[in-house]
Design a protein around this ligand. Structure first.
Ligand code: FE2
Length: 321
């Protein structure tokens, strides 16, 4: 059976059990990326918000309301993006999936720092959910991003009356995302005849409505739950990999859409980050088919989350020890 590219990252050792066992060790991860940190309190220091221009913010709010997505100018500092993309390179070289970038404080501090552009969209006090993924799209890793879909997974409506979202997927490229290395594409909400009434329909009639979203490293993109989007396939002529992350952010005046809220005023222990990764892998097991060894690890690690039983897909609950 052909392994899914998202699973291949783990297959660099003859002793899979010993290899996977290293994931539980904070000391191991500190060694993989000595330029990054893992502490229990990533938000305790003074992580100053990134400065987005007012014009950029105004356009973001307007664009997400009308077209369902936003794209800022590249704003995250180059050295922050390079530290995170190098982190992903090192994690892959060590034989693990890019999602383990989220074990590091710098990943979460980045989320705290982009609230300066997310609060005008989602409202004061908006926060991320421990619901995320990370990608490295290249010929040597995963050759394409995820196919066309909407992030629409909740029955409740996630738009306010004026069209502003209460839940978005924030998407951050840490390297330049280009048309050659697999940048995102989408159908703007106002060009999608299926919306607002039939998000379950995916057909669209006019290829000219497809919007390519090449984005320099350090750009912030976000889209609401209804926008159809996809990552494209990389070319052999790409200059470098597309390294990026996608993570839910939501409004503070709504209860958490997923039972994994991240509070910038609270610690975020290593074990909880491992639990988030585990729950995300379990969510995508239906697409990636993780081997039993990894599934068992996820079942164990997810138990670091207080309400873990509600976070495990019902189809997997019976397999859980
Ligand atoms: Fe998505």
């Amino acid at each position: 059976m052909t392994r899914h590219p998202e699973v291949n990252y783990f297959y660099q050792s003859n002793d899979m059990a010993a290899h996977v066992a290293r994931i539980d060790s904070v000391y191991f991860w500190r060694g993989v990326n000595p330029h990054l940190t893992i502490t229990a309190e990533p938000f305790a220091g003074s992580a100053r918000p990134y400065t987005f221009g007012q014009e950029d913010i105004d356009r973001a709010v307007s664009q997400v309301t009308i077209e369902g997505y936003l794209q800022t100018r590249p704003t995250l500092p180059v050295d922050h993006c390079q530290a995170l993309s190098q982190g992903v390179h090192n994690i892959i070289a060590a034989g693990f999936h890019p999602i383990y970038l989220t074990l590091y404080d710098e990943y979460w501090q980045t989320m705290q720092r982009i609230t300066s552009v997310m609060e005008p969209v989602l409202g004061p006090g908006c926060y991320p959910l421990g619901d995320y993924w990370a990608w490295c799209i290249s010929k040597q890793t995963a050759g394409a991003g995820w196919g066309p879909h909407r992030d629409y997974q909740f029955k409740s409506r996630t738009l306010r009356e004026d069209g502003r979202p209460t839940l978005v997927t924030v998407w951050l490229p840490f390297t330049d995302a280009t048309t050659l290395n697999g940048c995102m594409y989408l159908i703007p909400m106002d060009r999608d005849d299926n919306l607002p009434d039939h998000p379950e329909n995916y057909h669209f009639g006019d290829l000219q409505d497809i919007r390519a979203l090449p984005a320099q490293a350090g750009t912030v993109l976000a889209w609401n739950q209804y926008v159809m989007h996809w990552g494209s396939r990389c070319s052999q002529f790409a200059q470098g990999p597309r390294i990026s992350t996608g993570i839910y952010f939501q409004s503070a005046d709504y209860d958490p859409y997923v039972g994994k809220p991240v509070d910038f005023k609270q610690p975020l222990p290593f074990e909880r980050r491992l639990g988030f990764v585990a729950s995300n892998m379990l969510n995508y097991h239906q697409y990636h088919s993780y081997p039993t060894l990894l599934l068992d690890m996820c079942f164990r690690q997810v138990q670091a989350l207080p309400n873990f039983a509600s976070l495990v897909p019902s189809t997997l609950l019976e397999l859980m020890p």
